[in-house]
Design a protein around this ligand. Structure first.
Ligand code: ASP
Ligand code: MG
Length: 462
């Protein structure tokens, strides 16, 4: 039997024992042959990170970190696993990993530092405990579930310790070689998310919140056409529900739309999750663990049934804009490369670039603004006449395949904004075909989003 589906459960699903039970119940009801990928229980990765930080300063805090992690996981095991043999087995596995973690933390305390690979290794423990707990509670329900850590299945990654990319071919070779019977689908594997192994078998993580991405990689490696991601949210929404009370869940999105929304900052899905699945033409479904009756959001190549509509409006007012002026910025080759490289060398991420012939607008996050200004001002000579920092603007995004396919939709977007009395400072429409981005004064951002949401998503009466 082949795997039809990979089911991934995020940390938000595992707040307490009840969350693990819910997940186990959902897996048991699944009729397709599932493989499961898990995140750490809620907050555990944060606790590991904080514990390591304390440890490198002083060994004194290690005991406290260990006691808290032990207590939490042992309590979960007692609440989840009433059968003595199952409970004892899982507790032994948990204990074994607690002991290893303690040695790592004390080692870091002793030398007063931790390399990025050591950090990744230490942060990987949450997923290990969660995999054992969930597999145990599936066994309580009579299912043949087996915890598998990334080491056992040979989940291969490149050599970047905390922002790794999976090596799919090496992973698929490892699955065949390891002969775990994974491909046969005879048991339910419960696989650790978040990390893989580099070419020297060191632990490399896919970055914070990276287990969505590892679930995508597992789905592709096992040829499962569907990736179901269970979270404690409804999926993507037509706007941020905290700011726009009328925001509604979105039933279907294309990969392009989901990518625009994820990279823009909707914290629903790790943006890198989309790439492996879209390349294989698979489907991602986002589901709400507390509301399994709701459909959630489905992301596929086909996307929305109606390509002519807007899907979501959103804004980011935590950004700064570097305005790089010079007579020839539009014609001098390589200028954007130089700007990009100098910022990247200092670890500043560029959110977007909007250019005209005499000015290049570089969007960075607000916290990077002043530093980016210094860096760009230090690029001497050439065509750059001056660099200014603008902190008063916000970026608004309207996302929908219709923006490229349907004439007049972008016009409707800007008319709605104008009718709300909002002045658009800079427009960057059409760059991706799926989104229209524009800059407004910070105070105008929410009114612009409200106007767009009302225009496209709220029934007007009368
Ligand atoms: N547990 C990891 C984190 O909190 C990975 C994940 O949740 O996706 O970053
Ligand atoms: Mg998490």
């Amino acid at each position: 039997m082949k795997f039809i589906k990979v089911m991934k459960f995020g940390g938000g699903c595992f707040r307490d024992a009840d969350g693990f039970k819910r997940a186990a119940g959902i897996i048991r009801k699944e009729t397709a042959c599932p493989a499961v990928v898990v995140s750490a229980a809620a907050g555990v990765t944060d606790d590991l990170e904080a514990g390591l930080k304390r440890a490198v300063k002083s060994e004194a805090g290690v005991g406290r970190t260990m006691r808290a992690l032990r207590l939490r996981h042992e309590r979960l095991a007692s609440a989840l696993l009433p059968t003595p043999e199952i409970r004892a087995g899982v507790l032994a596995e948990i204990d074994h990993r607690l002991i290893r973690l303690e040695r790592l933390l004390r080692g870091a305390a002793l030398i007063g530092e931790a390399s990025p690979f050591t950090r990744a290794h230490i942060l990987s423990y949450g997923e290990r405990w969660a995999a054992h707990l969930l597999a145990g509670s599936l066994r309580e329900k009579g299912l043949d579930a087996r915890p598998l850590e990334s080491e056992q299945i040979g989940l291969a990654a490149d050599d970047s310790p905390e922002d790794a990319t999976a090596d799919l071919q090496a992973f698929q070779r490892a699955i065949k070689k390891n002969a775990l019977g994974l491909e046969a689908g005879r048991f339910i594997p419960v696989i650790t998310g978040f990390y893989g192994l580099d070419s020297r078998r060191r632990i490399a993580s896919f970055g914070r919140n990276g287990s969505d991405y590892s679930a995508a990689v597992v789905a592709v490696a096992l040829h499962a056409p569907t990736l179901e991601i269970w979270k404690d949210v409804d999926g993507f929404m037509t706007a941020d529900p905290k700011r726009i009370p009328g925001a509604k869940p979105i039933a279907r999105l294309s990969f392009g739309e989901a990518a625009e929304l994820s990279y823009f900052g909707a914290k629903v899905l790790h943006p890198r999750t989309l790439e492996p699945i879209s390349r294989r033409n698979g489907t991602i479904r986002i589901r709400h663990i507390f509301r399994p009756d709701r459909p959630g959001t489905e992301i596929s190549a086909a996307g929305g049934v109606r390509p002519d509509v807007l899907k979501s409006v959103t804004h980011n007012d935590r950004l700064a804009i570097l305005r790089v002026f010079g007579a020839g910025v539009g014609c001098k080759p390589g200028i954007i490369g130089i700007i990009g490289r100098s910022l990247a060398d200092h670890g500043v991420n560029i959110i977007s670039v909007i250019t005209a012939q005499t000015v290049i607008n570089v969007l960075v996050s607000e916290s990077d603004g002043r530093r980016a200004l210094k860096i760009l001002r230090s690029i001497r000579g050439g065509v750059i006449a001056r660099v200014e920092l603008e902190e008063g603007l916000a970026l608004v995004a309207a996302v929908g395949e219709g923006l490229s396919r349907r004439k007049g939709l972008a016009g409707r977007v800007f008319t709605a904004v104008a009718e709300a009395g909002v002045n658009v400072e800079i427009i960057s429409s059409g760059a991706s075909g799926v989104a229209a981005y524009f800059l407004v004064r910070k105070a105008d951002a929410l009114p612009a989003v409200q106007a767009l949401h009302a225009e496209f998503f709220e029934q007007r009466r009368g």
